[in-house]
Design a protein around this ligand. Structure first.
Ligand SMILES: NC(=O)CC[C@H](N)C(=O)O
Length: 316
């Protein structure tokens, strides 16, 4: 690029509102090619049977502009995309002091379900975006059993965000049909180390909340509660969640993504991805094939296109 071209691109400011339908359509087609390089997870039967070519993306701006591409009628379980919202709920209900007496704020360079990481940390869950941390937080949710805890969280989220999340019972049955020894080992070590009270309830609650499901429209609505001041949610709690999804949201790929793309982003093993563009809007993608870290191939490609073309990086 010429020097003058370079300086022009450096000062050009665009923003989410500048996105056109034609751009998003083009990128959605290119994203399909990227998704072919990914793999479906094999440890949850219904996720293993997902249609690998199913793809949807929606952007929602604070002015109410919505641009979508792909099949927006597809619904999918949030899986780990629920983790920031469990954290937000508990920060609002219990306060940061209680929450961070049960979970840390350090990023991890191990996979999201790593037992080695938890052993290295002597049973202290490093952050709320990996399974150990989310299982520890599931233990703090109020309610007598997993289903009532999940229902309380579901209603709280739907009321705050005007989304229509539902419990995907078939997905929950599928999750339960295979014993997840990794998550059980994590929960046992958390309990032995004093960071979790009830192993069975925490695991059951965690499985339920991972099966809260919706469409990309629900996901962008949900994302809006992290975008700006919203219905009594404390700004400091929103900032904590956005900071932690930036540093930990994509597991061991988080810092690379922050450097290369630069927006707070959370993924789930279903192929769901949610990005928060502070004071501008939210972007949700769904495409099941995953990269090695368990992040949607097409989802991360789409975010990269959007952020780079529209200058959305939160780092300026
Ligand atoms: N990365 C994820 O989405 C993990 C969620 C999934 N339920 C698990 O515990 O393995």
């Amino acid at each position: 690029m010429s020097e003058s071209g370079n300086s022009v691109s450096r000062i050009s400011a665009k923003g989410l509102a500048a996105l056109t339908q034609a751009q998003l359509n083009d990128w959605a087609i290119q994203a399909q090619t990227h998704s072919q390089e990914g793999q479906l997870p094999n440890y949850i039967p219904l996720l293993a049977q997902a249609n690998p070519t199913g793809l949807a993306i929606q952007t929602r701006s604070i002015e109410g502009q919505i641009v979508s591409a792909g099949d927006v009628s597809l619904s999918f379980p949030l899986m780990s995309v629920v983790k920031p919202f469990v954290l937000l709920f508990l920060l609002e209900q219990l306060g940061a002091q209680t929450v961070f007496s049960r979970v840390g704020i350090q990023s991890s360079h191990e996979p999201y379900n790593s037992l080695i990481q938890l052993q290295t940390d002597k049973g202290w869950p490093r952050n709320p975006m990996i399974n150990s941390g989310a299982i520890a937080l599931a233990d703090l949710l109020p309610g007598e059993d997993a289903s009532s805890r999940c229902e309380t969280l579901r209603q709280w989220l739907n009321q705050r965000s005007n989304s229509h999340l539902f419990l995907d019972q078939a997905m929950l049955n599928s999750v339960r049909s295979r014993s997840n020894e990794r998550n059980r080992n994590l929960a046992n070590l958390l309990a032995e180390s004093g960071y979790l009270d009830n192993v069975e309830m925490a695991l059951d609650t965690y499985q339920h909340i991972c099966c809260l499901a919706g469409t990309v429209a629900d996901l962008t609505q949900l994302g809006m509660i992290l975008v700006q001041d919203y219905k009594n949610i404390l700004p400091k709690n929103r900032r904590i969640v956005n900071a932690l999804i930036t540093t930990c949201g994509l597991y061991e790929a988080s810092s690379r993504f922050a450097v290369q793309v630069g927006v707070p982003t959370k993924s789930g093993v279903s192929g769901a991805v949610l990005a928060v563009i502070p004071f501008q809007g939210a972007i949700a993608c769904y495409s099941p094939p995953l990269d090695e870290a368990g992040n949607s191939k097409a989802g991360l490609f789409l975010l990269q296109q959007l952020v780079q073309t529209l200058n959305l990086s939160v780092f300026g």
